[in-house]
Design a protein around this ligand. Sequence first.
Ligand code: PBG
Length: 327
Amino acid sequence: MDLTIRPRRLRGSDTLRRMVRETRLDASSLIYPMFVMDGEDKIEEISALPGQNRYTVDRMGEELQRLTDAGVNNVMFFGIPSHKDEVGSQAYDPEGIIQRALRQARKDFPEMYLITDVCMCEYTSHGHCGILCDHYVDNDKTLEYLQKIVLSHVEAGADMVAPSDMMDGRVRAIREALDEAGHVTTPIMSYAVKYASSFYGPFREAAGSAPSFGDRKSYQMDFHNRLEGIREAVLDVEEGADIVMVKPALAYLDMIRDVRETVEVPVAAYSVSGEYAMIKAASANGWIDEEKIMCESAVAVYRAGASILLTYYAKELAKCIKEGKIG
Ligand code: PBG
């Protein structure tokens, strides 16, 4: 055969394959989502997320230490309060679960980078991500609460805030509130392209945050839409987002690529609870190889254009990167 071009030449050995690799991973780009709850001396397993737990503040150090040991330095906190009300007041209480977790983590793990999810659904009695007006989530009223929430997070020690509520104008409102209070250096990572997704199912069990009526489709995005996602990302950047996120990850790789090509800020992707649960369940049945599928899925997200990955597999991925299995 007179073949001049033979792509297989560059696949000839492991050394060569590593040399020409197009996608490289680093544990410094991983963020671990972690659940902290009110109470004392408790670690509760989350049944829909095998291997993931809820920690009380006095016990969360055990997990933070394991993360540090694995080389994962970035954590995103989700709070589970014992008390919920109509306006989610525990979300901005200086003695709330997130605020206490932040102060403790800041003290015990000064090197860790602490990010907070900014949303109301874990804190409201109705489980919606904002303030209700009848059965409708009132956008502009919710913004005032989001401002209070971020200020309480940053005052308790958050390095970065990540609004996930999908209200219009929240990035601008949050930026203004932070700047007015002098927190001009605190970055905002917005959940810019967040779909109304059934992939969040296990999370809602973990956080007890399923809406008590209706769904989130009047604020989270319709998964049939692509241009709308690009528009959301562009808007958030215009409003001052420093990083934009696409969520979920694996079923939305097209959106990661589109957003990467449209905006000039870093793009993060959130590999959500349902993605983790599916890999766990299939591997528990012996149908797939957990580690290999985890690695391949993570690489796909970076290949699509993300440079930051939020994942419940952060520790395990860091280990695989270290061992040279990927990266
Ligand atoms: C809060 C929030 C959710 C997730 C992240 N932030 C739940 C939701 O929007 O219903 C989902 C994360 C996951 O599924 O892992 N609004």
